[in-house]
Design a protein around this ligand. Sequence first.
Ligand code: ZN
Ligand code: MN
Length: 147
Amino acid sequence: MEDHKKRFDIIIRKLKDHGHKLTPQRLAIVTILARSEGHPSVEDIFHQIKKKFPTMSLATVYRNIVLIKSLGEVLELGFPDGSNRYDGNNPTPHPHVICIKCKKIVDPDLDSLDEIQKEVASETNFTILNHRLDFFGICSDCMAEKV
Ligand code: ZN
Ligand code: MN
């Protein structure tokens, strides 16, 4: 996991450089994205901020995430059911492990990813620009509950 304070500063600088205002609401959204604990959805972020900013709408949170995504500072994880999740702690493509029961998403630390990428490139003769690698399973918390 990246240092969330460092990520906060990087995202804020990017917003400033592109002439975007730093409203208290925007700062609160960036604070949550910089950490991206558990890879939150737009709704998760909205619920976390709602107490502090009761007048803020879900659409405002969504617009801010779209903006920060357009600056390349948040990774969007799309799912077929439309339940997108976000990682502003590490906006570069990386593998994820997803619990199919509680929907928790974690970042595995893989040594072999570079090798896989090289193998895919030499195998297909493609210049690889991006990748998407998801592992689905049941987390240890959910396994323990099963009994
Ligand atoms: Zn789980
Ligand atoms: Mn991640």
